[in-house]
Design a protein around this ligand. Sequence first.
Ligand SMILES: NC(=O)c1ccc[n+]([C@@H]2O[C@H](COP(=O)([O-])OP(=O)(O)OC[C@H]3O[C@@H](n4cnc5c(N)ncnc54)[C@H](OP(=O)(O)O)[C@@H]3O)[C@@H](O)[C@H]2O)c1
Length: 230
Amino acid sequence: MTTTLISGANKGLGYETARRLIEAGHTVWMGARDPARGQQAADALGGRFVHLDVTSDASVAGAAQTIADAGGLDVLINNAGISGPHSQAAELTADDALAVYGTNVVSVVRMIGAFVPLLRASSNPTIVNVTSGMGSFAFVHDPERIESKFNSPLYTSSKAAVTMLTVQYAKAFPEIRINAADPGFTATDFNGNTGTQTVKEGTDAIVELATRGGVGPTGTFIDRSGVAPF
Ligand SMILES: NC(=O)c1ccc[n+]([C@@H]2O[C@H](COP(=O)([O-])OP(=O)(O)OC[C@H]3O[C@@H](n4cnc5c(N)ncnc54)[C@H](OP(=O)(O)O)[C@@H]3O)[C@@H](O)[C@H]2O)c1
């Protein structure tokens, strides 16, 4: 039996990932910062709710203790993320940057630090970092790609950091499969439901990485078509 934790699982891609992994037989801890919405989401899918605000040391440590006490963890999916302000570049502030990096980047470090001890006790330890093609140098320069049409300095650079954190942690922890998934432009609240993919399509790469059973390459960046360029 594989036990999986998903951050930001109360809606959007995290919720659909939980639905698909429960269907695939995983025991899924659905992390959410809002207890009422998190419990409701877990009840709807047959998951287990755990309170998890990824920006809080105390909340992340509490979730790690809860999951350790219940038997441990095999797969960690760092999915929670924010877009940050949709301001013009000239209007962005340092506080905006701290907020976006705090949730999208610093929280990945916090989560990995808290959960690596549990993952090391697993026979199929896996981390999936939900990144974005918006953080791919290749995609944002390719006029054929949707990622080249947006200007969003903080969000894009935060996701470039997530992808590189994936590579660096994969080198640091060779005993864990650590890979990054780009969902692709998917209709969720994140983009006012303007994304062109369904949530099922948007979770293909995440589910693929989460169901490899602790084998396969590490330190890679994939989308639903396969290995993606960084
Ligand atoms: N949708 C896309 O087109 C797309 C494309 C590429 C990458 N992504 C990435 O995919 C991930 C999921 O995005 P989505 O489209 O599903 O967005 P979403 O519908 O807005 O969901 C984001 C989730 O993250 C949670 N979250 C935000 N801050 C949190 C915090 N401090 N602690 C715990 N949870 C927190 C939200 O919780 P609340 O409900 O409490 O706010 C929500 O559950 C993000 O990392 C995003 O960058 C999305």
